[in-house]
Design a protein. Sequence first.
Length: 356
Amino acid sequence: MDTELLAILEQLERDKGIDKETLIAAVEAAVASAAKKVWTVGKEEDVTAKLDRKTGKIRAYAGTQEIRSDEFGRIAAQTAKQVVIQKIREAEKDVVYNEYHARIGQIINGGIYRFERGNIIVDLGKAEGIIPKSEQSGKEEFRQGDRIRAFVLDVRKEMKGPQIVLSRAHPNFVRRLFELEVPEIYEGIIEIKSIARDPGERTKISVYSKDDKIDSVGACVGMRGSRVKNIVSELHGEKIDIVRYSSDIKEYIQAALSPAEISQMQIISDEQKVNIIVAEDQLSLAIGRYGQNVRLASKLVAWELDIYSAKQWEEKQKAEDAEDNAEKSGDQSAQEAKEPSHGDDDSTDEVEEEEA
C-alpha cells in the first residue's frame, strides 16, 4: 500500500493535473482527523499525520508520541483511498467546469436526454446541460433523443458538479448562427450592429459592411436566400429581417420598419424619441401584429418610436394646440386678477375727500 499510494498520487498529478503536494496534504489532514476519532487522546493534545515522500508510509502522532496500532494502519489505508477518490471527482468536475466555462458565448451540440419540469436536459458527452423554460423558444418542439444546438449562457459551480446553462432564446444565439453561416461576419468584414428578438416569432438584425464592395444584406441572405434559410430552419421557422445599418437615424429607422413606408418623421433628439407619421394603409404594417414590428424596430435602433396615421397626427396636433391655448388663456386671466383696478382707486379717493 505504501509505495502504491505514492504511485497513485504521481499518476493523478500527471493525468488529472492535481498537484502532488496538494494531494499529500489532503491525505495527511484526513488521516489525522480519522485517527483522532478512534485514538484516545487528551482534548488539548494535537493529532497530526505525516506521509513519507520516499517510502509512502503514513505515521500519526498524538503530540510527540507516535500512534502505533494495527487498527490505525487499516484506518490510514482506508482514509487515504477515500481522499484519493474524492480528489479525482473534484478534479474531474474542475476539468468539466473549466472546459465549458471557456465556451460561454459559443454554440454547442448535444442530444436531448430528458425533460424535467419544463426544462430540457441535454447530454453534452462529458456533462449535462440545461435549457431552462425561460431560455426556450415558445414555438419549438423537441423529443427525447433529438440532436440540438444551443448557446452557452452560463456555467456555475455546484455540489453535484458544474451546471451548464444553455439558451435558444437569447439574441446572441442568432448572432452566433450568423457567424457560423456567413463567412464575412466571422472574418470581421461585416459587423452585426444590433439584434432585437422575439423568440419563436421574429428577429431583426442590423448589419454593416466595412468593405464598400460587399453588400451587407446580400451577404447575409446568400445565394437564393440559402444562408438565411439555414438559420430560419435552425430556429424552426422564426422570421428574420436583415436591416442595413446607417449612421443617419432617419435611414436606419426607415430600414428597421421596412416594408412599411414612412411619410414623415419628427425627431426629438434630447429624448431619443421619434414620432413617425405614415399613410392610413401603412399603419397596421408599420405597427405589426400586437405591435411587434415597431417594438422590435425600436429596440434595434435604440430609440423610442411612436407611430401615427396622418389623421391621428393631425388630431394630436390640434389637441396639443388647444391645450397650449388654454394654458395661455389661463395664465393671462390669472395675471389680470392680480392687477388692481384704477377705477376702484379713484372712487375710494373721492369718498375719503368727502369724509374729510
